[in-house]
Design a protein around this ligand. Sequence first.
Ligand code: ZN
Length: 198
Amino acid sequence: MPAFCIAPSILSADFARLGEEVRAVIEAGADWIHFDVMDNHYVPNLTIGPAVAAALEPHCRRPDGSTVPLDVHLMVQPVDALALAFAKAGADIITFHPDASTHVDRTLQLIRDQGCRAGLVFNPAAPLDVLEWVIDKVDVVLLMSVNPGFGGQSFIESTLAKCARARRLIDAERQRSGREIRLEVDGGIKVDNIRRVA
Ligand code: ZN
């Protein structure tokens, strides 16, 4: 796994040609495919479900046959049933918003029991407090740099300070346990700000 990964979001794809679009970004060097799931309940928008993930999974291959992880970002409430459905559909990484799950520790465990990497997502105004108590069960920390619900928004600057804080917690966990946790930033990442985020 490279030190830095690019995970293009499916929200930016032409939904009428998803397989083709996924193959195109993989050919261009995408490390993960970011799959945004919105439920018109936790967020005011509706996107795609496990059936679409299952249909795309066979397209998540590099020319050498290796697998490109399907990185499923659940913006749904409740979380558990859909997390299970996406694990069965072939997701490699499943992240959810802690405020959308009644029992965060249990949901993390449930995702990992399916053989997936589990992650927590933090909205722009959300503190990282919960991370401190479950970091031993977290494989990915995803910071929202826009408010979840729509593509095409501008990067929220306070994410940079939160990013530095999350990195300190992740480094402390690596020192403690030797585990690698990926830090992911979602929304408004463009050529003009990606270096500062990195
Ligand atoms: Zn996302």
